[in-house]
Design a protein around this ligand. Structure first.
Ligand code: GAL
Length: 372
């Protein structure tokens, strides 16, 4: 996939929940891409298809935020019909078909398998139901896409790993690269972004694509990497997300490593933020979920209500998928989350309270990190 974005609003740093149209230069932009059909009022149903449960973001943030925003935008008359595919592409195809049969007004789709779902997208379109790709760019005739800037996610991870390895880094230093699921187009972009930073700086001794993004799969791949490279010869680990970082740390501990190398992540999961506090994980990527979820809800409601100008203003970037070109999109910036900015990101944005993070045995590490 090829994304074209102005890398808008990179300056809108850490977790600004107020980030909106102006940050992406979107005001006043009208590409005429959406056919206005002002048919619906507030009594609308938004179908929401999310991909999995292993990663906590979907049930904990994406769904509740979208639900609340749809209610707010429709004077509490609009509803969200939610289905989670639990990492099964065939289950998601059934869930999509059910939404078509139930004649929901618009579908927000976060694909398990972006390629396999294309037929379903076409069926929805044929049934007159617009489909907006959410977070992952589904193939087929989607109307628009809202996501974080996925190449930037990979770049931020790669840069952070180099920063953690320090100034005396050597090109012969060995790292392991644990990438995400091959069915998720984001995983490819994370990898490309990270490689743009890492290549030529370190040796990527082993790399894996992780089936279904499952932590246990990352754990067993890491055990293989350890036996091939040697536990003490691993200078750092690129992990594409936090769930997998958890599996990687387990594998390193099983192999008897007590001084863990720097490990990256993504999603600012609570367990990962706690590991960052104690120093077990070097960083995560904080993706301000409210920005993405609220933008998706706004786009979905504007689409159904035929508010074309607003819809176009919300989607002023353009991306290409393997099947479609010039898809209107909104791509949001992300922030590297390390020990030093926990307060100014996830806490400031109300994602977690200090008391959520600083429990039991990590209290003293919290104090040392200035979290009170
Ligand atoms: C990606 C998503 C990440 C993370 C990952 C694993 O597509 O952008 O935030 O959730 O999947 O589920």
């Amino acid at each position: 996939m090829n994304t074209r974005t102005s890398r808008c609003a990179l300056a809108v740093a850490a977790g600004s929940l107020t980030l909106s149209l102006t940050a992406c230069g979107a005001l006043g932009v009208s590409s005429g891409s959406s056919e206005a059909s002002p048919t619906k009022g507030n009594d609308i149903t938004v179908g929401l298809l999310l991909p999995e449960k292993a990663n906590t973001r979907y049930d904990k943030f994406d769904y509740p935020i979208i639900k609340e925003k749809v209610a707010t935008l429709t004077k509490k008359q609009g509803t969200v019909d939610y289905a989670n595919a639990d990492a099964s592409a065939s289950r998601q195809a059934e869930q999509l078909q059910k939404m078509i049969d139930d004649q929901v007004d618009v579908i927000l789709l976060d694909a398990v398998d972006a390629h396999a779902i294309a037929d379903g997208v076409k069926k929805a379109k044929d049934a007159g139901i617009p489909v907006l790709a959410y977070d992952r760019l589904a193939e087929g005739p989607i109307d628009a896409y809202v996501s974080f800037d996925n190449a930037l996610v990979g770049e931020v991870q790669g840069r952070s790993l180099l920063e953690a390895l320090g100034d005396d880094i050597d090109t012969s230093d060995k790292i392991v690269m644990m990438n995400g699921s091959l069915t998720d187009p984001n995983a490819k972009q994370f990898k490309t972004g990270a490689l743009s930073e890492l290549q030529g700086q370190v040796t990527i001794a082993k790399q894996y694509d992780t089936t279904d993004w499952k932590p246990e799969n990352a754990e067993s791949n890491m055990l293989m990497a350890i036996s091939a490279i040697g536990a003490n010869n691993i200078a750092g680990v690129y992990s594409a997300n936090d769930g997998m970082a958890g599996g990687i740390i387990k594998a390193l501990k099983t192999a008897g490593v007590d001084k863990l190398p720097p490990i990256t992540g993504q999603d600012a999961e609570l367990a990962a933020v706690q590991r960052i506090v104690t120093g077990e994980q070097y960083m995560s990527v904080y993706k301000p979920y409210p920005n993405e979820a609220e933008a998706a809800a706004e786009m979905a409601v504007a689409k159904v209500q035929g508010r074309g100008i607003q819809f176009d203003a919300l989607a002023s970037d353009r991306v290409d998928s393997p099947t479609d070109k010039d898809i209107p999109a909104q791509l949001l910036p992300v922030v590297a989350l390390t020990k030093g900015n926990i307060k100014s990101t996830v806490i400031r944005d109300g994602i977690y309270k200090v008391s959520d993070i600083c429990t039991g045995k990590i209290e003293s590490a919290c104090e040392a990190a200035g979290l009170k």
